[in-house]
Design a protein around this ligand. Sequence first.
Ligand code: NAD
Length: 437
Amino acid sequence: MRIVMIGSGYVGLVSGACLADFGHHVTCVDKSEAKIEALKAGKSPIYEPGLEALVAANAAAGRLDFTLDLASAVAEADVVFIAVGTPSRRGDGHADLSYVYAAAREIAASVIGFTVIVTKSTVPVGTGDEVERIFREEFPDKDVAVVSNPEFLREGAAISDFKRPDRIVVGAEDPRAMDAMREVYRPLYLNEAPLFFCERRTSELIKYAANAFLAMKITFINEIADLCETIGADVQKVAKGIGMDKRIGDKFLHAGPGYGGSCFPKDTLALVKTAQDYDSPVRLIETTVAINDNRKRAMGRKVIAACDGSVRGKKIAILGLTFKPNTDDMRDAPSIAIIQALQDAGASVHAFDPEGMDAAKPMLGDVTYGKDPYEIADGADAVVLVTEWDAFRALDFRKLKATMAGDVVVDLRNVYNAAELAKNGFRYTAIGKAQKG
Ligand code: NAD
């Protein structure tokens, strides 16, 4: 089966490499010359554990190639996936579908014979209908079926998520397209990953509803964390206590600085906007978005409070910049708002991230970068853990204390042990714990 992936970013490249690993022939297309050149040279343009090796192995086996030439790739394809970005549209928060429609037009001009067009990008309900209209009106002779197949992988665990998904959702009604999708995912289906077929519009909504629910769960525990701080309870124990209830589940109950990343912020907002357009508002999600937006800057205030109410002229060392560990993705990372809040209050910010500093540099002004946690902590008044990379979990606190000028550690991910920090002479602030004194 010949598969073409339009867009070779986090989703397109991971999906393409995994489908090639299943034995399909996959061509990954991108508009970015730099990305395609890097891929042809055996380099992954993004950091995702295991991806570079998977790409290299499948390229060497002749099952995976890369091109800028969409037209030639598509002409040979049985199935074409659209995996381009759908960022928030500047100004109104709707999903910006211009990349999806531009890709659809380019594909439409080049397909030959029956071809299944699959939207893997996260797109609002009705986008598949519009893609189909583009084909029908502009190229009425082309024989295509337009399918929705949202992607649920998580950055940082993308390969295992793609290869061992909880489910594969396919919005398709054309029996030829359903057969093609069964064939695409046959190795997973044999592995008993449920292939869930539904109408295209339903499939499109499933993706947004899933992300909105998870964002809401995170926001719920974050609010409970604030309450814990005020009334003297421990949010980690609350999360454990409710998470043992199977109806609730223990995932996505880690209190922290608010959700970020390339999906939840834009997808919750896009769902809010779609629902408003249909005059069927999703108020829980509207509130979730508002709470989360406030929370990131509030984390800056939390650091300021831990520094006795002022960071003016103080040096603050930030551990971790990416929106979560094991990715270099900085899109909507909480670190951006937190650092801005600290700088606005007069702090000098120093930062280290194992993989995210190249992506962070164009997004953050006036930050001094170091090569490890101890270098940025040198002379610092406070250390703030923002992203819980493994490399930060087992710090040498005695060494850290000796290098710092101050004694404040703010742990926005609840990974450190309060007693150990106290033993080493730190004043320690975590999330959702009773405030001492
Ligand atoms: P990305 O920005 O990393 O990659 C998109 C790529 O598409 C870019 O490399 C861009 O150059 C390329 N592109 C744009 N227009 C093109 C065209 N006409 N022809 C060829 N290439 C083109 O985006 P991403 O993070 O991979 O997200 C892609 C989609 O998948 C989005 O809708 C996103 O919401 C969704 N999604 C992302 C994740 C994630 O974790 N990143 C998870 C699930 C779903």
